[in-house]
Design a binder for this molecule. Sequence first.
Ligand SMILES: Cc1cc2nc3c(=O)[nH]c(=O)nc-3n(C[C@H](O)[C@H](O)[C@H](O)COP(=O)(O)OP(=O)(O)OC[C@H]3O[C@@H](n4cnc5c(N)ncnc54)[C@H](O)[C@@H]3O)c2cc1C
Length: 411
Amino acid sequence: MADIVVIGGGASGIIASIIAAREGAHVILLERLNRVGKKILVTGNGRCNLTNTHIEDKYYHTSSKDDFSYPLKHINYETIKDFFEELGVLPLVEGDKVYPFSEQASSVLDVLRMELDRLNVDIKTETKVVQIIQKKDTWQILCENSITYDASKVIIATGGMANVSFGCDATGYQLLRKLGHTIIPTFPTLVHIVSSSHYCKMMKGTKITCDASAYVEGQFIRKEYGEVLFTEDGLSGPPIFQLSRVASKAKLEGKKACIILDLLPSMSYDEVVSKIYSRIALWGTRTIEELFIGWLHKRITIPIIKYAGIASLHMRCEDLEYDAIEKLAETIKKFVFETDGTRGYKYAQATAGGVKLSEIDLTTMASKKAKGIYITGEVLDIDGDCGGYNLQWAWSTGYLAGLHASKRNEE
Ligand SMILES: Cc1cc2nc3c(=O)[nH]c(=O)nc-3n(C[C@H](O)[C@H](O)[C@H](O)COP(=O)(O)OP(=O)(O)OC[C@H]3O[C@@H](n4cnc5c(N)ncnc54)[C@H](O)[C@@H]3O)c2cc1C
């Protein structure tokens, strides 16, 4: 019988296994895929944004009203940086995002695998857990291949539903529900937003650095600045990923959401109006389309003119009425894209929702519902912004669980 069985060989389950084994526990790590840590390889576009120098509550989202910061404060950025440095991964800090100095996600996984080997963690791949049964003081773990494992403690680190090809589906939630846990409804986040606006198609492939604001039922929720990419079916790019949580949640709740782009955030509405006037004064005989050359990206000028309701692209700009000039300025400052959710779990980087945080002792990651069970990582009802926050949560909670599950007298 093992001291600890860890279910899920992702970031959180791997670090939990390492810490528990360092504390002297005999650990078995069960992973449904043919290798552990597959998702780590694709993080940060293959560079693995493994943490962030500024881990703060404001970069995390949960339905819980309680303080969730204990794991992040106790196993913080420094702890994780030191943990990886000891294994040989030097940090490369870009802004506040932290990558391995090699800029290869594979080096993060390599050192984790070497440490698992050094500590003799018993890794069983292609082993999908389907049931967890309590037997007096121990737990019996049943796998799809009919093999069972017994352990006194179980760490559940099955992740969320983002990116199914990396082993994620709803089985983790099913196991946890059977153990008495409440699952807050899940939805995909950090993902491309879908919009049926035909202007997306018109601007397909174009990248514009601008302000993007998310609204639900007409109410402002959040603003982000950065490079927005227009695609066939909607909007993408870093600011859109950050806002996708809003669009995704609105869709789940049947509410109307939209993204409003301010294509010239450095200028006020009045400044845009007077800029248009001054350009008309200089080049009045140019067509409206030509009026914007050298000022705005060519791929967005026709959509702006059409959205502003100006029928002819070829009229001379000196013939523009005041109303039309106002409409052009309004469009530049407030280009609205109604949203229709996101591209879904298949393309998402994270899952919002999950195991209710109040059912977990966040100082140890122990379940309050089932003695001897610990729950870590993305399967919990918390998700972070882009920037290394999700991996930090996975490392912090996995580390804590490994530490506490390995203490023989602690439940
Ligand atoms: C494309 C992409 C890029 C990302 N980039 C970043 C980034 O740069 N920085 C960042 O902070 N975050 C990033 N993330 C998010 C981050 O990877 C996750 O939040 C993090 O990996 C969650 O760790 P976890 O251990 O909780 O879950 P996971 O890493 O998802 O691991 C869960 C593991 O459990 C296994 N499993 C599931 N069910 C069972 C079962 N029943 N039996 C056995 N095994 C099971 C799965 O196969 C999987 O290996 C990215 C995500 C994606 C998809």
